[in-house]
Structures are given as C-alpha cells and as structure tokens.
Design a protein around this ligand. Structure first.
Ligand SMILES: [Zn+2]
Length: 974
C-alpha cells in the first residue's frame, strides 16, 4: 500500500482489508520489479498467500514479471491445470488444437456455487443470446439468475509477451484473494481466460527470446513465423475463420455466449483501452458502441485516480472492419474490446523514449511519460489492474450487461421490422454450386442460419426509374433459392458481411481493409431484399456444415465436368490424378447441356470415383458415350512450388491455406532454393510467388545481411525454432542467381505466377517485357473490392468466368502493359501524340471545327490516336521504325486477360478515390517469355480466405500452365 490516496480508495471499498496474509517474498518481488510506484495499484501490489493453492512462483519457480523470463504456453497451461487441481474455483477446458497440434485452453474461474451450475449458467446466456419466443418476464428472470461472462484472451500476437504471464497471476489472485472486490467478481460473474491464443507462435517467441539472451553477441533470428500460416494477420481472420485458432475461438464463443471478449495486445504506451477513431462499423447495434465507451472511460477514470499515467482511448485503430478476432463478440451481440499496453518485445527492462503518444491531446489528457524505464512487471501491473477494474464493473452491473446482451439479441431479431433489410437472397438459378456452398459455409461457421426456399417467391422492391423517381418492381426468385433471414440473432453480422461498404476518403486513414462484401468476393450474386414478405416464403433451414451436393447424370465412360471458376475444379484434378483430363477451348453442347470454355473432359476414370468427387466438391458432371467434338488440350497434374523469402512470410500463408483447403499439393520452398537450383524446370512446372512483405527489389535480392549465420531450425536447446520451413542460415535473398534460374525456368516452358507486391520481381528485373508499374499519385483504394472486366475470355486463365469479377485490391501495383510501355508509358504516349491544347486552339468556327491557318492551303492534322497502342499495328507509322527495336515481337507481347473496370463501374465496396488512375488498367496479365509464361496479378487473388471468386484465376493458370496460349488471337501480320 502506498500513500493517503490508496487509503482513501480502501475507504471506498469497506472490508478490503482482510485477515488473509500476503505472500511476503512474492510481494517484495512485485515491488522490486516495478520501476516506479506510479506503475502499481493497490489491486496488484501484493499477492495473497495460500496454504493449499500454488502461486505461479511455486509451480514455475519464479514470480510473474521477473525480468528476462518468459513462460512457454505449455508451462502456462501446466500452471492453470495445477491451479485447477488445487482450487475448487478454477476449471480448465480444452478449446481444440492448432495446425501444429498444440492445445488452446479455456480457463473458467468463479466461486464454487457458480462452477457447480455451469451448465445452467451456459443455458441462460444461450437463451438470452437467442431470445426468439422468449417473453419479457422470462428474460428478466434469466437476467436475474444469470451471470455475465468476461473472457480475456492473451498472446494472440506472439511478440506481445506480457499477457500470458499476467493472466497466470490474475488467475491465482481471483482464485484465492478474499477481498470484497475479488469476491464480487467471483460471485457475480464467470471469468474466462485463454492465456495464449497463438500457442504455436508463443513457443517460437520464447525460444527466439531465449536465443537472444543466450547469444548476446550474435544476430538473433527474427520471429519469421508465428502460427503455421500467418503472423500478425491471425487477428484478421475474423471473416474467413480459416485458422484453427479462430475456429476454436468461434466454437467456444457460440458455446458460452460471453458478454465480453477482451483481447490483450501490446504496442502503444502505456495502456490504450479500445474505442477507436471511427469510422465505426455501421452495422453494429449502437448499444455496443456505448458499451465500448462505458468500459473504456471507467478504466481510464479509475486508473487515473490511482495516479497511473498514460491510460487513454480513442486515438488508435478505427473500429471499421469486422475481421478481428474480437468480432466473435462484436459480431454476436456481445462486447469486443482490447488493450494495447507497453511491451518490450520480450522481458527486458529498458529505457524507452515515447514520442507522439506522450503529447497531451483531448483524448489523452494524461499522456504517457516521454521517457521511462519500463519493465515487463510494469506491463503486468497495468494490464492486470485495468482488467480487474473492468471485470469488477461488469460483475457489479451484471443485470445491466446481461439485459443489454438480451436487448441487443432481441433487436437483431427485430431488424427486418425496424431498420431492415429483411433478408439476403442467393437466387436458386445460380449455377456455381460450390461457390454458393463456400459462401454459405462462411456464414454458417459464424452461427448465422441459412434457409432454402421450397417454392418460387416474388417480392416487391423499391428502386428508382430512369428519371430518379421511386418505383416498386417485382423480383422473382425460383424455388431452391437461398435465404439469409435477418430475423435471427446474428442478423447484424450477416448484414455486415453481405452488404456493401462505403468508406469516405476524408475519414481517418483506415486501420485495415475498407471493403469485404462477401457475395462479390465469392463471385456469387446476393440480392438485398427489404420486403419483409420474404420471411413468409416457404423455406427450410439448412443444417450446419451444409454443402450443395454435386451431381453426375447420364451414362457412358467419358465425363464432362462443368467449369464455373471454382477452386474445387483443381481439387478434382488432383483427386483423380491418374485419370486423363482435357480442357475444352470453346463452348459446346453435350448430353443435352451447354458447357463453356474450360469444361473438363475426363477419361479413364471410375464412375463411382467421379460421382463421389462431384458430390463432395459440389461440381456438376455428365457422363457421355464418347468425347464431345470440341477443341481441347491436355490438363496434367502440374508440379507446383510456393515460394517464400526469409524476410516476411505472412501474406503467402493465405495462399498456402487456400491450396491446403482445396487439397492441391505443392512444395513449399524458400528463395534460397531458387538461388541454389539451376534447373528449376526439372523439379517444377509452376512456381508461385505470392505477395511478400513488400521489401524493395534490392533487399529481396540481397536478403538478410549480417556477419554471422542466423538459424531458423529446431535444436535441443531451442526446440520450437523452425517451421513450417527451416534453414541453418536465413541470410541472403533470391540473389542474381535465383533471378537467372527463374528466367531460365520460364524460357524452358515453366509458368511463373507473381501477385501484388511480388509482381515487381519479374517486372523490375526484366524477366518480362512491355509491362511496367506506374506511380498512382492520388489513388485511394485501401483494401477495397473493385470490379474487373474479363477482356480476353478465350484465355485459359479466364475459364469459367463471366464478364466481370469483383477482386480484392490494396493500393498497388498499378500496371501498364503493351507496346506503350516501350514508348515510355501511356502518359508519355498521350503527351507525344495527343493534341498539345486540350479541346482545340482558339480560332474560327466552333469547338469541333478544324483550325485553318490563313494564307496557305489547308492540310488536315494527323488523327489523335484513341489511346495507347494495344498492338504493334496501333503504333503511329511515323515512329514505328524508331521504336521497333525496343519492342518484343507481336506474339511475345503481354496478353491482358482482365482489366479494372471503367471509372464509373470500378467501385464495388470499400474506399475508392481517384479511381481514374486505376480504371481500365490491367489486372491480370499473361506474359509469354521464351517457351513459358509469367502471369501477373495486380489484385491479390488469395487473401484471407475471403476471395473465393478469384481463386480460380490462380488454379486455371496452374492447370493450363502449358497451354496458356490457347485462344490467343493470331499475331497481326502487316
Ligand atoms: Zn497485437
């Protein structure tokens, strides 16, 4: 205890002093490891003693917050299991395992009476969370009987190390401390902990930290991998739920119906408690926004009263995108919140300088100190104190928070009758059964219900006519249409995911993606229906995990499988790897059905196997006696490599997830393998370089440059280092050798795919010609959904696609392709060949009349070319002779498969400003090089398991890797 203030605070909480003694040695260490008393509160400045319940020190051998000590997740879990063994107030459940087989746990702490009736308490929150048919009086009784659930989650971000340590001590404190403060939390709420969310990353981080401490003179490895697939983006999986970690969280959330999920992060000083700058997510119930503020300002006031500097809110993060883990709460009528506290990236005690955030401003009247000596114990103290204050506030106001939870759930159900809309409908004649199934799966995994109509339905929709007048028109949906009703508990999340987003460019700079509309991203038509009569339509609820069963009809030994640009087409190819596959290069009719280009003709396959595969993969096939008469080419089973570098692995992880989910095999190799393998063609047919961290080309060539070797591999001492790839030395990049090997690989007929930031590698190093990346000066398209037009529908890359496709694009790169590049780009071309005066010069006649100089015969000026040249024939004759040597031959010019749409058609969802800088620029380019191809994407086709509609752009490239010239227009011969 310190000073009169603490005494005064105790006076506010009568009976805080109890007969319970403290663990004197532990308490002394808390004080020793705290760098200044101002970073301590009366809530955590001591540890109560217990004769039978072990403190963290008793199990681990050290006090929480000991300098230079971090605890492995497995030991954190061991501690909680020891705690549960000794205390009747603690239980430990398993939430499931990660991709690498490590366990995630859920610790439940409350008093003995609550733990004895956990099932009943869970039943109550479930009923309040789905109050359909619940009467007000019943709800009131349930609120009175129930307990709010406060779930804290730690160490999602592996370099943010303090929270698992803190949660161990807090778990002990909550289990044993006999103050009214702690008793109230135990009696009036259930406390849940997941001390380590990213358990794979935590073990790697502790090893990296130990390596650093053991080898102070050596360069330590960076934490290159956290989880198996992604690093920091594990907190951007709230929409795709592709990671096991996220799936375990959503499963637990749907089982427990927590009132609050509170995620513990570390970045800014000293304690930022979340609200956000806005724009806030526009689909949430305003009540939850008020609750964010209520809790944040309660913590700020209480911490400030205790003399703790630098506890603040507002000025960090926006509140817009629902892709964070805590949307397991916000998206489900609960409260999602987070802290950012000050971490030191390990457990060191260091002098820290705080720049920007030490300035006082309206939302930070009590800013962090500009200079401070900071320890992990300070971090533990601040997290633990503020979290206790928040948990106590929720426990003290338990009826208020449970009533709000019930009210938010009820208002979600009433949404169609209030703000609307009533539903989203996927028309039943949508031919992409796998695409529809994937979209519905993305909703169902969130607990959102989907239905299917059993009769044709007509609804009235208000729309505007040509003159802008409101008119009503009838919209018909066939029987078998899918309906996402918005009179269900998670209607707001459904609306959030299926609606379009508008992000004003004048708002604060977005924290992450600005658009995520799932229908367009999945290339599935979704119709927003306001007419509530849709809710009366006859329909049946789809069971969870439902997929449209694929079909095989007809008889015969040749099978034709429809290609609708679904990733499952690639799954089929690899699943039936011994069968022969051909791709149709044109549309045709067979078995009474029409097929588009890219349909697969399968021979040498067992009917039962085809039928089973079609059914599982939601594909549609017909059996014929003989192969259809259509031009085809062979589709093999290409050998594929996915490449990563040793600088940053995150974004390629989203590509690996997609490949793994579709069961398309690949070798996962580093740039060092490219550097060290002269004959890449001998090993692979297709090499994919997904987007990287965006290091400069020189850095990608050079890689890490230090004087001593940097290992990323397990050893006896550091068993968790390494994985998913490993090396004894991370130094060095792709190197000039690697580039030369890649070029040779393509020359010899291989296909190289590079997307988004990685597209710069082949472009800037000259592996491809007549493609450039231009500087967009004003474009603002930060993580937006934009429309692309498929402009070369005969290209195998476009097989199965319609005329347009919505793609994910994040600001760069903006491509130019074609002969104009050799002339200095489109802008330079316009400068040279356009009129030097826009419009016309001042002179006789009207604005469209030619200018006629006087005193000589009139000669018409040269025609202004309509735009930059697309082919060599488009180049004005008078300069062709001068530039011919700078152009590849016509049949080696890049083939633009998809372009961004015209300016007015470009926006689908999210932020877009100065779209003219991107409009009509290439999105997908196929560059013939030597005997092979380089395929470039401006969009990221495999992003966060959200862009299913674009997946087939990659898989079409891969399956047709040796026939990408199919359908290419014959070169112009003058
Ligand atoms: Zn974080």
């Amino acid at each position: 205890m310190r000073g009169p203030l603490a005494a005064a605070l105790f006076a506010l909480v009568p009976g805080t002093l109890s007969a319970q003694g403290n663990d004197a040695a532990y308490t002394a260490k808390i004080k020793e490891y705290t760098t200044d008393p101002m970073f301590l509160t009366e809530l955590v400045d001591h540890l109560p003693a217990s004769a039978k319940v072990p403190s963290p020190q008793k199990v681990l051998g050290y006090v929480v917050g000991t300098p230079d000590r971090l605890t492995y997740a497995k030991d954190v879990h061991r501690y909680f299991r020891e705690l549960a063994k000794a205390s009747p107030r603690v239980k430990v459940f398993t939430m499931g395992t990660t991709e690498e087989g490590r366990e995630q746990v859920l610790v439940v702490i409350s008093d003995e009476a609550n733990l004895a009736r956990l099932d009943r308490l869970k039943e109550i929150t479930a009923r309040l969370g789905d109050p359909r048919g619940l009467r007000e009086a019943e709800a009131k009784a349930l609120v009175a009987e129930g307990k709010p659930i406060y779930w804290s989650t730690g160490a999602m971000h592996s370099p943010e190390t303090g929270s698992p340590e803190m949660l161990m001590e807090l778990g002990y404190r909550l289990a044993v401390e006999e103050t009214p403060f702690i008793q109230a939390i135990r009696r009036n709420s259930l406390v849940l902990f997941t001390p380590v969310l990213e358990v794979d990353g935590r073990e790697r981080m502790v090893d990296v930290y130990r390596y650093r401490k053991d080898n102070p003179s050596r360069t330590p490895p960076s934490l290159l991998y956290w989880g198996h697939y992604v690093a920091h983006d594990n907190n951007r999986d709230g929409l795709g739920l592709a990671l096991k970690q996220s799936q375990n969280v959503i499963k637990a959330a749907l089982e427990w119906h927590p009132t609050v999920i509170h995620d513990l992060h570390e970045s800014v000083p000293f304690l930022y408690t979340s609200t956000g700058t806005g724009p806030y997510n526009a689909w949430l119930d305003p009540i939850v926004v008020d609750e964010w503020h209520l809790l944040a300002y309660h913590e700020i006031e209480e911490m400030t009263k205790r003399g703790v500097p630098g506890v603040w809110t507002h000025g960090f993060y926006d509140g817009w995108a629902p892709n964070y883990m805590f949307y397991a709460a916000n998206g489900h009528n609960a409260i999602g919140r987070f802290y950012e506290t000050f971490g030191n990236g390990g457990a060191d005690t260091k002098e820290r300088t705080v720049r920007g955030q030490s300035e006082r401003t309206w939302f930070r009247p009590n800013p962090p100190l500009p200079k401070v000596k900071w320890s992990i114990r300070n971090n533990v103290n601040l997290q633990q104190s503020a979290l206790l204050l928040a948990m106590k506030f929720v426990a003290d106001n338990k009826d208020r928070f449970l009533s709000n939870f019930y009210l938010k759930s009820r208002r979600s159900i009433e949404k169609p009758m209030n703000e609307g809309p009533a539903a989203y409908v996927i028309p039943g004649d949508e031919p992409r059964a796998a695409g529809v199934s994937d979209l519905l799966a993305a909703l169902q995994i969130q607990g959102i219900e989907a239905h299917r109509t059993t009769a044709a339905v007509k609804v009235k929709e208000r729309t505007k006519d040509d003159k802008g007048k409101n008119v009503e028109k009838e919209v018909a949906f066939p029987s078998g249409s899918y309906v996402v009703r918005l009179d269900q508990p998670y209607s707001r999340l459904a609306d959030m995911l299926l609606d379009t987003q508008w992000y004003n460019v004048n708002d604060p700079r977005p924290y992450d993606d600005t658009g995520w509309t799932l229908g367009p991203l999945h290339d599935v038509k979704t119709v927003r229906v306001a007419d509530t009569s849709i809710l009366e339509a006859p329909m049946a609820k789809l069971p969870s995990g439902w997929r449209a069963p694929g079909t095989l009809t007809g008889a015969g030994a040749v099978f034709v499988v429809d290609n609708r640009a679904e990733g499952q087409v690639a799954s089929l190819r690899y699943r039936l790897k011994d069968a022969s596959f051909e791709a149709a290069e044109e549309g045709f009719e067979a078995g009474g059905r029409k097929f588009g280009p890219g349909a697969l003709v399968v021979g040498g396959a067992d009917r039962a196997a085809v039928e089973r595969a079609a059914r599982d993969l939601s594909l549609s096939a017909v059996a014929l006696d003989a192969a259809p008469r259509v031009k085809t080419h062979k589709i093999g089973v290409p050998r594929v490599a996915i490449v990563h570098d040793w600088l940053n692995t995150q974004n390629e992880g989203w590509w690996r997830i997609a490949f793994d989910r579709y069961a398309v095999p690949y070798d996962y190799v580093s740039v060092h393998v490219l550097r060290d393998t002269p004959d890449l063609r001998a090993r692979w047919d297709v090499i994919l370089i997904p987007p990287t961290g965006g290091a400069s080309i020189p850095r990608q060539i050079a890689g890490i440059q230090t004087s001593d070797a940097v290992p990323w591999a397990p050893s006896d001492k550091y068993p968790n280092l390494g994985g998913p790839d490993q090396t004894d030395d991370m130094r060095g990049g792709i190197g000039f050798d690697g580039l030369a090997h890649l070029r040779r690989f393509v020359d010899q007929g291989g296909a190289l795919v590079a997307a988004a930031s990685s597209a710069l590698i082949p472009v800037r190093t000259g592996i491809v010609e007549a493609v450039d990346v231009t500087e967009a000066r004003g474009l603002q398209a930060r993580g937006s959904v934009l429309r692309a037009s498929i402009v070369d529908r005969a290209s195998p890359i476009a097989y199965g696609y319609g005329e347009t496709l919505a793609v994910y694009f994040n600001q760069a790169p903006v491509f130019e392709a074609g002969p104009a590049v050799a002339l200095g780009g489109a802008a330079r071309f316009a400068e040279i060949f356009g009129p030097s005066t826009p419009g016309r010069v001042s002179g006789r006649g009207g604005p469209k009349d030619p200018d006629i100089p006087q005193g000589r015969p009139y000669v018409a000026p040269p025609e202004t070319p309509p735009g930059p040249p697309q082919t060599i024939a488009d180049i004005p004759e008078e300069i062709l002779d001068f530039v011919r040597n700078q152009l590849p031959p016509e049949d080696r010019l890049p083939r633009v498969v998809a372009k961004f749409a015209k300016k007015d058609d470009l926006w689908v969802s999210g932020m877009l400003d100065k779209g003219e800088e991107l409009a009509e620029k290439p999105a997908v380019i196929d560059c013939p090089v030597g005997k092979g191809h380089v395929v470039l994407f401006a969009n990221n086709p495999m992003w966060r398991w959200q862009t299913h509609g674009s997946h087939a752009l990659v898989f079409n490239t891969l399956l047709n890797w040796d026939h990408l010239d199919a359908g290419r227009p014959a070169p112009h011969k003058p």
